[in-house]
Design a binder for this molecule. Structure first.
Ligand SMILES: Cc1ncc(COP(=O)(O)O)c(C=O)c1O
Length: 327
């Protein structure tokens, strides 16, 4: 990680990679976690937001001082709010009504306006987050919608930064990439870079939560913020390239949340649930991978954004989650 930068934007990327010690005991391979919480907005989405804003400014669709309107489960909104604050763009975020209070507070701290809606509202519903964002944008002259689910700048950010960082940090020894999938930008961009760089040798594993159709099966309630998808394949995000994924691993909610708690207690890593999902899938991958493999799991954000959910026994109980080993 850069020890010194001349601007906050210069702190985006170059996040640390840490080896799992305790959780990796007894494995014949090593698991590393890429800590995207080290970005100034606290998540992997700072990279995406920066890439999309820079490109929009470059091609002229985002003029100085114009408003940015985006639908986001939280982290992209935070990334855009951060960059909007630094570049003079007002930001409006349409967020899920299940977004944690902590993330909403962060959004507002960066001066974003927040509009809450039902994230499960179908594409044809006026309450659908993207439809609300479209209406808001139509009403605000000169406004711009990054549309992270369609914007090629999203996966491109990861092809240009996350992938090369992992290659460099592992001195080219990475054999597996494990990532969760929301827009698919992270796994598609990072996975494509690592496959290109390794001439196809790196295997890419998609970590999927219960209720998501990325790994097949019927759609259901997804209890892991920011990831998974309940839409038909025809409506999957343009930013997700399923061809990059060699294998999907589905992790039940109890396994995801038990892993998030173990990452905190056993490794001292306070991470969000999608990180628990990816690390649980990485451990599963390590059990069948050839000895000596180097497995990198992406940890998209920190647990501090979820203290009222993931680390709250009442929230866990209300959602029927049992921590394995009693937490
Ligand atoms: C907490 C969290 N984890 C993982 C992801 C998935 O990242 P991507 O959209 O690049 O697939 C997101 C996306 O918003 C997220 O908010």
């Amino acid at each position: 990680m850069e020890a010194r930068a001349t601007s906050t934007i210069g702190l985006i990327g170059n996040t640390p990679l840490v080896r799992l010690e305790s959780l990796g005991t007894g494995l014949r391979s090593e698991i590393y976690v890429k800590l995207e919480s080290a970005n100034p907005g606290g998540s992997v989405k700072d990279r995406t937001a920066l890439s999309m804003v820079r490109e929009a400014e470059r091609i002229g669709v985002l003029q100085p001082g114009a408003t940015i309107v985006e639908s986001s489960s939280g982290n992209t909104g935070i990334g855009l709010a951060l960059i909007g604050a630094l570049t003079g763009h007002p930001v409006i975020v349409v967020a899920a009504d299940t977004t944690s209070q902590e993330k909403l507070a962060v959004l507002r701290s960066f001066n974003a306006e927040v509009v809450l809606t039902d994230w499960t509202a179908p594409a044809e519903s006026p309450e659908n987050a993207r439809n609300i964002a479209a209406r808001l944008a139509a009403d605000i002259p000169g406004s711009w919608r990054p549309q992270q689910f369609d914007n090629p700048g999203n996966p491109r950010a990861h092809y240009a930064s996350t992938g090369p960082e992992i290659w460099r940090q592992t001195s080219g020894s990475v054999t597996h990439l494990v990532a969760s999938i929301g827009t698919g930008g992270t796994i598609s961009g990072t996975g494509a870079f690592l496959k290109d760089r390794s001439r196809g040798a790196v295997k890419v594993i998609g970590a999927d939560p219960f209720g998501s159709v990325y790994s097949g099966g019927e759609p259901g309630e997804i209890l892991v913020d920011g990831v998974g998808n309940t839409w038909d394949r025809a409506d999957w995000p343009k930013t997700f390239n399923p061809e990059v994924v060699d294998q999907f691993v589905r992790i039940p909610n109890d396994g995801v949340y038990s892993m998030v708690h173990r990452l905190a207690t056993d490794e001292g890593l306070l991470l969000g649930p999608s990180s628990g999902l990816a690390v649980a899938a990485a451990l599963q991958t390590a059990r069948s991978a050839p000895a000596g493999s180097t497995i990198v799991a992406i940890a998209p954000d920190a647990g501090t954004n979820y203290l009222s959910k993931t680390f709250n026994v009442l929230w866990l109980a209300k959602n029927g989650i049992t921590l394995e080993g009693g937490g």
